[in-house]
Write a protein that binds this ligand. Structure first.
Ligand code: TXA
Ligand code: MG
Length: 351
C-alpha cells in the first residue's frame, strides 16, 4: 500500500479533511493530528476497521482504544450512563487532553474496548481533528499513530517512519502542541483514578473533584500477573531502542552520578546518550551525546519535545541512555511516567 501525505495548511485544509473523512466513512484508517500526539483513526463502530488499526500498529489485542468525538452529545451512543461528575469535567476540560473512562453501552466495536465493559472517550482540542470527526459523522477510535512499543508521534514524519506502507493516508498539520498523550481518568470507581497522567494535571483535577487517586502503575513497576484497571499499562511503551536508566535525586547529585556512570559505559565501548535539561546540559563531557528537551522550570516545553528526542537517540545509535529524573509536580508527573516506562522502571539513586 502506498501511504499518501496531505498537508492541512491553508490551501490544502478542506481537501485533506474531505479525503480523511471519506476514507474513515469507508472503513479505512487515517493518521491525523490532535493537540497531544498524532492518532491513527478508524470508525469505532466497525470491527473490521478497528482490526486494521491493531494490525497497522502491531498492537496487542488486549489493549483498548480511546474513542474521539467532536460534540458532547455523541457520548450518549457510547456509554451506559453519564455520571454528574463527567458532565462537569467535560465542561471544564473538553475539548482537551482528558480521556474519561465510562461503563460502555456495548455499541462500539468489540475490539475497541478489548472485551472490557468500560469505554474511554475524549474530545480532542485540535481544529483539524474536530473537523475530520465532524465531517465523518462517526465516533473515531484512535490510538497514537506509532508502531506498538515506539514513542508516540508528535510530527507527521514520525508517523511515516513507523507506518509507511501500512496505512493509506497521513494528514500533516505540523508539530503537535502538547507532545504527551491525554490524561486517562477512570470514572467507574467511587474515587476517580488517574490511569495515565497527561496534559490535564492531577492538581487541576483535584480542584474540580476534591479526591483523585493515582494508579500505582503510574510511577512504580507493577506485577502484571494481577488484574489491572488499564490493560495498556502492562505493555512496554514509549521505548527508544537503547536501554535507559533513570537517575533520581537532587539535581547536582544526579549530574555527578550520571557522569560517573557514563564513564563506566564508555570504558566498556558503549555509545552513551544523556537525557538532560537546559540547566545541566553543558556539564557533561564531549564524549557523550547530550539531548535536553527543555528546562526544569518549563515542563510544558520539555513534554512537547520529549518523544522527538527519544527518536533522535535512536538515530544517533546510542547503546545506553542515562536520564535525569524531574519533579513530579504538574506536567512533571506525565513526563516522569513516560521516562520511567521508557526505562522499564530501571531507576538508580544519586544520593
Ligand atoms: O492523547 C491521546 O490520548 C492520544 C491521541 C491520539 O488522542 N491517544 C492515545 O491512545 O494515546 P493510546 O491507544 O496510545 O492510549 C490509550 C490508553 C491506553 O493506555 C489504554 O489502555 C487506555 O487508554 N484505555 C483505553 N480504553 C480504556 C478502558 N476502557 N479502560 C481503561 N483504560 C483504557
Ligand atoms: Mg500509544
Amino acid at each position: 500500500m502506498r501511504t499518501r501525505i496531505l498537508k492541512a495548511d491553508q490551501e490544502g485544509r478542506n481537501y485533506a479533511i474531505d479525503e480523511a473523512a471519506f476514507l474513515l466513512s469507508n472503513g479505512e484508517v487515517v493518521a491525523f493530528p490532535t493537540e497531544t500526539v498524532y492518532g491513527l483513526g478508524c470508525n469505532a463502530l466497525d470491527n473490521q476497521a478497528v482490526e486494521k488499526v491493531f494490525n497497522a500498529k502491531g498492537r496487542p489485542s488486549d489493549n483498548p482504544l480511546i474513542v474521539h468525538i467532536a460534540k458532547f452529545e455523541q457520548i450518549k451512543l457510547l456509554v451506559r450512563e453519564i455520571p454528574d461528575v463527567a458532565a462537569k469535567l467535560a465542561q471544564m476540560f473538553w475539548p482537551g487532553p482528558l480521556t474519561l473512562v465510562f461503563l460502555s453501552s456495548g455499541v462500539a466495536a468489540k475490539s475497541v474496548t478489548a472485551g472490557l465493559d468500560t469505554i474511554a472517550v475524549r474530545i480532542p482540542a485540535h481544529p483539524i481533528a474536530l473537523d475530520i470527526i465532524s465531517k465523518s459523522n462517526l465516533p473515531i477510535a484512535a490510538p497514537s499513530a506509532n508502531r506498538s512499543g515506539r514513542p508516540s508521534p508528535t510530527e507527521a514524519s514520525h508517523v511515516l517512519f513507523d507506518l509507511d506502507g501500512r496505512i493509506p493516508l497521513i494528514i500533516d498539520a505540523g508539530k503537535t502542541d502538547l507532545g504527551l498523550e491525554s490524561t486517562v481518568l477512570d470514572l467507574t470507581s467511587k474515587i476517580p483514578v488517574i490511569l495515565r497522567p497527561g496534559g490535564v494535571t492531577i492538581e487541576k483535577l483535584k480542584e474540580v473533584l476534591g479526591e483523585v487517586a493515582l494508579d500505582e502503575s503510574v510511577l512504580t513497576a507493577v506485577d502484571f500477573d494481577q488484574a489491572v484497571a488499564s490493560p495498556g499499562m502492562k505493555h512496554t511503551h514509549y521505548a527508544p531502542r537503547a536501554e535507559m536508566i533513570v537517575v533520581c535525586g537532587e539535581t547536582a547529585a544526579i549530574v555527578r552520578k550520571i557522569i560517573h556512570m557514563a564513564q563506566g559505559f564508555l570504558c566498556d565501548g558503549n555509545r552513551v546518550g544523556i537525557l538532560a535539561t537546559k540547566e545541566t546540559a553543558s556539564e557533561y563531557p564531549e564524549s557523550v551525546y547530550v539531548l535536553a528537551p527543555g528546562s526544569r522550570f518549563t515542563p510544558q516545553i520539555y513534554a512537547a519535545n520529549l518523544y522527538a528526542f527519544l527518536r533522535e537517540f535512536d538515530v544517533l545509535g546510542v547503546d545506553i541512555i542515562l536520564a535525569e529524573a524531574l519533579s513530579t509536580q504538574n506536567e512533571g508527573l506525565a513526563i516522569m511516567n513516560r521516562i520511567l516506562k521508557a526505562a522499564g522502571f530501571r531507576v538508580v539513586d544519586a544520593d
